[in-house]
Design a protein around this ligand. Structure first.
Ligand code: NAP
Length: 741
């Protein structure tokens, strides 16, 4: 749809690919009253007029710009100064002058040489769009659509001129960014000019080889992709390199030094070094688009609608292993990076916390291989071996990672900045920043204690005792990690039990943490030692199968290698109290954490009043415990679980609605629910509201249902419990998954 004209008369000098495309875009979108164009070659100007690229033609730059309120210089950068000299006498006072050149320092030099200053209406520009083709015949009106255009206005820019030019480019479909001239030239030297130089140079080197035909004949697709840009216009590129000389030379020196190090590593068979560079580069390649667009590491916005369909009368039989524990996977990366030696992790679960942490350590120079099908190898650098990152550490959506890193980085010798996606950036960090400051950390937060967190390096931290006002495993872990770098003892007392994975795993890595009642304590200045970690299965995932086998008549199921950390086993305690038959076999310790195989056999369950002290220890398991309650004889009463009402969904209400949908009445209270057992589970359609635990809980309910259960909005299950559908089918739950666009 045509826009309102932004300029009355636009003059374009240089009708090639970029000038011609801009003329077409302006005309197609109705952004100017008239577009007048001129080129060094009259036949090109005529062609442009005859083919509707411009409205009017002029046969000199001076003629073209007369009475124009926007002048666009779209010639090769080395021709800019001549064009400016030619147009200056004819330029009207109110005209905005811009260009499209690929280097900006050279344009400003030409402007200052011709005008004696940098006028407030001269706004350099550079569209990040183009192709290897040049000339008017390659021009097209949608070249800039959804591309970026960088403007580098002077400090004294006339605001209305900047606004008009911005609207013109936006009208052409582009996104406008502004930056300084120097920054532009540095960024482009790194991201565009150096890669072009390498491509030109590589193809030239190979072309000079004796058997070059063979080399090119056998070159695979990757080579063609990599060298595509060597087909670009040599004259334009010769201009660019000479015009952006300083910034390009810096980049070449930087790159040559790094290439030299790789050469050295190959010569001296330093595989470790090669691995470090390659894995860091691969990770950066995979993650940079995510980081740039501010997304979470794990994409929870699934494209597909997923529905679970369950037939009644399945079974729960067999011997299975559910995915690894998220908290332990996360800590294995964190402690493995700080340990001396190599840590090999198996059973690793790729959650948001783990992936964000993995990337942050890579940014601080730690070599990490994987994750590859649950395997990660971390080449630890020791407590004092982290390198300063080149920029902010981007932690996606992981609040846990941000709080733990705040502690870990407060005592480093270098500065760091921690950032996250939009939702993490709204979460307050004062709960960790305040006590860290008491230890001597220097931390700046954004407004209201929100991210970004800026931590000043080189501070001396002093151990202290902290009484947590609110029980929080994240705050406790943060302070203990800071305590690794502090003088003396750091101790944290918790008002109620919280998860203790950090303490246990520190012990597992050989760093002593003691517990005295409700207080965890460590002394600074020790060391961690890497080793193998077979991450135990997540008890929260195992819980679905514990309930499945408890309610399915005749069931006998073994769950291998499950983490039974006492701060997480509320589900076992509650189910046993309801009469479940769960035995722990082969108890052992992995990385400081207790682990066992769990054998579960069917047993009739009875309703109970759930002990309130067990509620925090089973908070994630309640959706499936409600199914156990529905299958029990007698009433089950849950109180003291307000937290469940503010989870991914109002879990209690969503579960009550789901139960009602399959024929089970319950009563929701402010802090819990009352579920009378012994009612028939008739079947029906349950909306999980995208809550993965609700979806899986109702899949388990099918074992006692009389009719089919359909569960909608189940896409998130794949993120929290990869392979749930396959394992459910394996044990005999009659589940089919339907996905549609
Ligand atoms: P192009 O297709 O070769 O167009 C440049 C046009 O300017 C040619 O028609 C050229 O004529 C004409 N010209 C040269 N000197 C002139 C003068 N003194 N007066 C009037 N016209 C003159 O090049 P382009 O790709 O459009 O590039 C133009 C500018 O955009 C360059 O500064 C380049 O750095 C920048 N840029 C290019 C790309 C890209 O991918 N191509 C992307 C972003 C920015 P002749 O053909 O007779 O020389």
């Amino acid at each position: 749809m045509p826009n309102r004209p932004v300029f009355r008369r636009v003059a374009i000098v240089g009708l090639g690919l970029i000038g011609g495309s801009l003329a077409l875009a302006i005309r197609e979108h109705g952004l100017a009253g008239t577009v007048v164009g001129t080129d060094r070659r009259d036949d090109e100007t005529l062609w442009a007029r005859d083919h509707g690229v411009i409205d009017e033609m002029a046969f000199s730059a001076a003629d073209a710009v007369k009475e124009a309120d926007l002048v666009v210089v779209a010639v090769p950068v080395r021709a800019t100064r001549d064009v400016l000299e030619a147009v200056r006498p004819a330029l009207s006072d109110h005209a905005v002058l811009t260009d499209v050149g690929s280097t900006k320092g050279s344009f400003i030099q030409a402007v200052q040489a011709v005008f004696g200053e940098w006028p407030e209406r001269v706004i350099p520009g550079h569209p990040i769009a183009g192709s290897e083709k040049s000339g008017i015949r390659a021009a097209h009106g949608d070249l800039f659509d959804r591309h970026k255009i960088i403007l580098t206005p002077p400090d004294s820019v006339a605001p209305e001129a900047l606004d008009q030019l911005t609207r013109l480019w936006e009208g052409c479909g582009a996104r406008v960014l502004t930056m300084s001239v120097d920054r532009h030239d540095e960024v482009l030297a790194a991201t565009s000019h150096l890669p072009h130089l390498i491509a030109f140079s590589l193809v030239d080197t190979l072309a000079g080889e004796d058997d070059n035909l063979d080399i090119f004949r056998y070159a695979a697709g990757g080579f063609r992709d990599f060298t595509r840009i060597a087909a670009s216009d040599p004259i334009m590129w010769h201009d660019i390199f000479l015009s952006n000389r300083e910034a390009v030379l810096n980049m070449i020196d930087h790159f040559t030094a790094d290439l030299g190090q790789l050469r050295q590593a190959i010569e001296s068979q330093d595989g470790e070094r090669l691995l470090q560079v390659f894995s860091r580069a691969r990770a950066a390649r995979e993650h940079f688009s995510k980081m740039l667009s501010g997304q979470a590491y794990v994409n929870t916005e699934q494209q597909n609608q997923v529905t679970f369909r369950l037939q009644p009368g399945g079974a729960a039989q067999g011997d299975i292993r559910v995915p690894g524990d998220k908290s332990m996977s996360h800590r294995s990366i964190m402690l493995g990076a700080l340990a001396e030696g190599t840590t090999e992790v198996t059973g690793f679960l790729e959650g948001e916390d783990s992936l964000a942490t993995l990337q942050a350590f890579r940014d601080m120079g730690v070599t990490i291989e994987g994750p590859d099908q649950g395997f990660v190898r971390i080449h630890g650098v020791g407590l004092h071996g982290l390198q300063p990152p080149h920029g902010p550490l981007y932690l996606g959506n992981s609040g846990t990672a941000m709080r733990l890193f705040a502690g870990l980085l407060a005592g480093q010798r270098f500065d760091t900045e921690l950032t996250g996606d939009a939702s993490l950036s709204r979460r307050p960090m004062n709960r960790v920043a305040d006590p860290l400051r008491q230890m001597g950390a220097v931390i700046e937060t954004g407004e209201g204690g929100k991210p970004p967190l800026r931590l000043r390096g080189g501070q001396t931290l002093t151990g202290f005792h902290y009484d947590m006002p609110v029980a929080s495993a994240q705050v406790k872990s943060c302070l203990l990690l800071a305590g690794l770098y502090a003088n003396g003892d750091t101790s944290v007392a918790e008002p109620a039990p919280t998860r203790d994975h950090t303490e246990r795993m520190l012990n597992g890595f050989g760093y002593p943490v003691t517990r005295d009642g409700n207080t965890a304590r460590l002394s600074g200045g020790g060391r961690l030692t890497g080793g193998p970690i077979d991450v135990p299965s997540d008890i929260s995932s195992a819980a679905f199968f514990l309930v499945a086998a408890s309610v399915a008549p005749g069931a006998d199921l073994r769950l291998q290698h499950v983490g039974i950390n006492p701060t997480r086993t509320g589900v076992i305690t509650i189910l046993r109290e309801m009469g479940a038959d769960i035995t722990l076999e082969n108890e052992r310790e992995i990385g400081g954490e207790p682990v066992a195989d769990l054998r579960v056999r069917y047993a009739p369950l009875r309703g109970i009043r759930i002990p309130e002290d067990q509620v925090p220890l089973a908070i994630d398991e309640f959706p499936v415990l409600f199914i156990a309650a529905a299958c029990a004889e007698g009433t089950t009463l849950l109180t003291g679980a307000e937290e469940l009402r503010v989870k991914e969904s109002d879990r209690i209400q969503v579960m009550a609605d789901g139960l009602a949908a399959i024929g089970v009445d319950s009563t929701v209270t402010d802090d819990g629910i009352e579920i009378p057992g012994g009612q028939a589970l008739r079947g029906g359609t349950v909306d999980s509201h995208g809550d993965h635990r609700v979806a899986m809980a109702f899949a388990v309910a099918s074992l006692r249902a009389e009719g089919e259960i359909t569960i909608t909005d189940c896409a998130n299950v794949a993120t929290s419990f990869p392979g749930f559908d396959r394992l459910a089918q394996e044990v005999g739950i009659r589940l089919t998954v339907e996905a549609c666009e």
